[in-house]
Design a protein around this ligand. Structure first.
Ligand code: SF4
Length: 95
């Protein structure tokens, strides 16, 4: 392996994942159509309790898989903004 290749691998390992990388693509519920795909504002999807999540909510509002996304979050214990709502370990905490 060259030094450049090793450096690139290190940079990739250090990069934060995008939201769509966190989504379960292998479950194939149409996640490839997710409106949040490639969104660079990772923190917006995992807001602190004192933060609003208007940014994420607006993107979710136009997402074609919104309903399935929320059902997935509640059914699999996800946290963060899914389907335009905020979940904590699968429990809906903010609409
Ligand atoms: S509903 Fe929101 S969180 Fe779910 S895939 Fe669509 S944009 Fe992403």
């Amino acid at each position: 392996m060259t030094v450049d290749a090793e450096l690139s691998r290190t940079e990739l390992a250090d990069a934060e994942p995008t939201l769509v990388e966190l989504l379960p693509l292998s479950d194939s519920n149409g996640w490839h159509r997710a409106a949040c795909r490639g969104d660079p504002n990772h923190e917006a999807w995992f807001p602190y309790p004192s933060q609003d999540f208007d940014y994420a909510r607006q993107i979710c509002a136009g997402c074609p898989i919104r309903t399935a996304c929320g059902e997935f979050a509640s059914g699999t214990g996800q946290s963060g903004v899914w389907g335009g709502h905020e979940f904590d370990r699968g429990r809906l905490i903010r609409e």
